[in-house]
Write a protein that binds this ligand. Structure first.
Ligand SMILES: [Zn+2]
Length: 150
């Protein structure tokens, strides 16, 4: 399933879940809805051409470039180091990336991620991420059996 379908489907699933809980509209519920929706993109970190990896590539390059400028100043050397550093990070990602739809699409991944988030940032974010990651798996399953959303 593509990222737009994951975002759209998870948004409505999360909205239905909040309505079922009779959560009402507040800044907290809107934040929870946004976190849950965007968390539905996380399992596809195992796919080189996924939207979340495209975002991550840009974010990593900007971060490495900023660090490079800070260390070397605004020089050509800084740009060369940033490009080389980003390329090295891409090679490391490519070498250790799991196969598509394996560990990052498992219940174990969802539970461990939620547990770590619960320990470090609390239940609010952990529950939203858990919802988004589980919704992704359900949506992939729905796509597999129907072909809708490809
Ligand atoms: Zn997926």
């Amino acid at each position: 399933m593509n990222y737009k379908m994951h975002l759209g489907t998870t948004f409505f699933l999360a909205l239905a879940f909040l309505a079922w809980l009779k959560a009402g509209i507040s800044l907290e519920t809107v934040a929870w809805l946004a976190i849950a929706t965007f968390s539905a993109l996380l399992p596809d970190v195992d796919h080189k051409d996924s939207f979340i990896i495209s975002l991550a590539k840009s974010a990593v390059f900007i971060l490495v470039l900023a660090l490079s400028f800070k260390y070397f100043g605004f020089t050509g050397q800084a740009i060369v180091v940033a490009v080389g550093g980003s390329l090295a990070l891409w090679l490391i990602y490519s070498a250790f990336k799991p196969a598509h739809r394996t560990i990052t699409h498992s219940l174990l991944f969802a539970v461990i991620l939620a547990l770590l988030l619960y320990l470090y940032v609390g239940w609010f974010i952990a529950s939203a991420v858990l919802f988004g990651v589980l919704a992704h798996r359900v949506e992939d399953f729905f796509y597999d059996i129907t072909g809708i959303g490809g």
